[in-house]
Design a protein around this ligand. Structure first.
Ligand SMILES: Cc1ncc(COP(=O)(O)O)c(C=O)c1O
Length: 437
């Protein structure tokens, strides 16, 4: 006969256990996802559910989860480990990676490669070295741009979440929406007012955290002309949308431009922390001992990044990103045509955004509508988050090897999630606990 002491206590979820030990400082949470494993474009939740991953951890898991090429590269690098850093010794995986990046990089930037851990440290290093070497303190960037989460990278970011650390030397210009002309006038005025002041113009080829914004045709070419005419370095921050995500290796290739400096991160390491700055020798070799952290250039992460580049080529992932991305966008546009809650679908390849509007649900802001939709999508089996200066753009950045079938299943879930939220069919208790951003 069962007694009260025989009744097993309900098992604590990973989420609950985390709350008792892990700080929230780095959390950007949208629903109670706790992951115990993953394969390809899917994650396994601690409740045993298999979820389709439309985020790839914000684009970092470029080859999906547990890819054999990354596993064997990491295993080989650890089996006979050539130290843990490139600060005070050279190592083969870091050199090989740098050589590959120079071979693949833009001609103007082909000089030397700096290796770091994250998009933030790479952008911070770029802005510091540009200032130090050119003697020009000013930086131009876009309103809404996210260039990192360290003080030095927040200093020249325009995203609303980063106001606290903005530099007095930063000039933010409005992102061009329908027409480029007014933004170009602002840029011209800023340069004319302070000649020889700006050292760099940071762009994201697609402004992702600002809302997956794609500039109007010809805009970046006009920006590039202004940079070249005025001795300003054009820096392409491709941390989120580079390394194959848009169907070409480098996102700037979509826009007929060639940056002076290319910044890579996230997907470069396929889930391991590594970033890179590729720039001309006069800039990247001006001085030593200038920007380093102990584990920079470690052979394990460098080997993983080289495996990512080789796998993109071997598995024809540029073509997959472009084909599956095209079908995804088509299906989402069809959905937009029958779902008034969708204001716009935009993006290139596997860097897509779905902007939601609030007309669909009177009394509920677009931000709240979006928070509810991603929460419901999670309940239905899809991991997808939102971005945007108004927090109302669902961001789709899945692994580059996601299949057509997985992509279409994700669209079905998004469709059902929007329908159920808009029609108030389901009781979404719980989403309010998640702050998002
Ligand atoms: C365009 C861009 N640059 C830089 C960063 C910062 O990268 P990390 O968070 O890896 O430091 C991000 C992160 O979202 C990004 O989207």
């Amino acid at each position: 006969m069962a007694t009260t002491t025989d009744v097993a206590a309900p098992k604590e979820t990973l989420y609950e256990r985390e709350a008792r030990s892990v700080s929230k400082l780095a959390h950007l949470r949208f629903f109670p996802l706790a992951v115990t494993g993953g394969k390809g474009a899917t994650l396994r939740g601690d409740d045993g559910r298999i979820l389709i991953d439309f985020s790839a951890s914000w684009g970092a898991a470029s080859l999906g989860h547990s890819h054999p090429a990354i596993r064997s590269a990491v295993d080989a690098a650890l089996r006979d480990q050539a130290g843990a850093s490139y600060l005070s010794s050279a190592n083969l995986p870091a050199i090989e990676l740098a050589e590959m990046l120079l071979d693949l990089g833009p001609a103007r930037a082909t000089g030397r490669v700096w290796l770091g851990h994250s998009g933030s440290d790479a952008n911070e290093t770029t802005s510091r070295v540009v200032r130090a070497v050119t003697g020009r303190p000013g930086i131009l960037a876009f309103e809404g741009a996210y260039h990192g989460g360290t003080s030095g990278s927040m200093a020249f970011s325009g995203h609303p979440s980063q106001q606290e650390a903005r530099s007095q030397h930063l000039t933010l210009v409005p992102y061009p929406t329908s027409s480029a002309e007014s933004t170009l006038r602002v840029i011209d005025d800023a340069i004319a007012r302070k000649p020889d002041y700006f050292g760099a113009f940071f762009i994201e080829p697609i402004q992702s955290d600002g809302g997956m914004l794609v500039p109007p045709p010809g805009f970046f070419e006009a920006v590039q002309r202004r940079c070249r005419d005025n001795g300003i370095l054009l820096v392409s921050d491709e941390v989120k949308v580079g390394i194959g995500r848009t169907g070409v290796l480098h996102a700037f290739q979509n826009f007929g431009i060639e940056p002076d400096v290319l910044v890579l991160g996230k997907g470069l390491g396929g889930g391991l922390p590594i970033s890179a700055v590729i720039g001309p020798e006069w800039l990247m070799n001006d001085r030593a001992g200038f920007s380093f952290q102990t584990l920079h250039g470690n052979p394990v992460c460098a080997a993983a990044a080289a495996a990512v580049l080789r796998t993109i080529d071997r598995e024809k992932l540029l073509s997959n990103a472009s084909k599956v991305g095209y079908c995804l966008k088509e299906s989402l546009n069809e959905l937009a045509a029958r779902q008034p809650a969708i204001a716009e679908v935009r993006g290139v390849g596997l860097a897509l955004g779905i902007e939601l509007r609030n007309e669909a649900l009177p009394g509920v802001t677009a931000r709240e509508l979006t928070a509810r939709v991603v929460y419901r999508a999670f309940q239905l089996g899809l991991v997808v988050y939102y971005v945007g200066v108004n927090s109302n753009v669902i961001e789709i950045t899945p692994p580059l090897n996601i299949s057509h079938e997985e992509a279409m299943r994700g669209v079905e879930i998004i469709e059902r999630a929007i329908e159920e939220v808009v029609s108030r069919e389901i009781d979404l208790d719980g989403y309010q606990q998640f702050d998002g951003w």
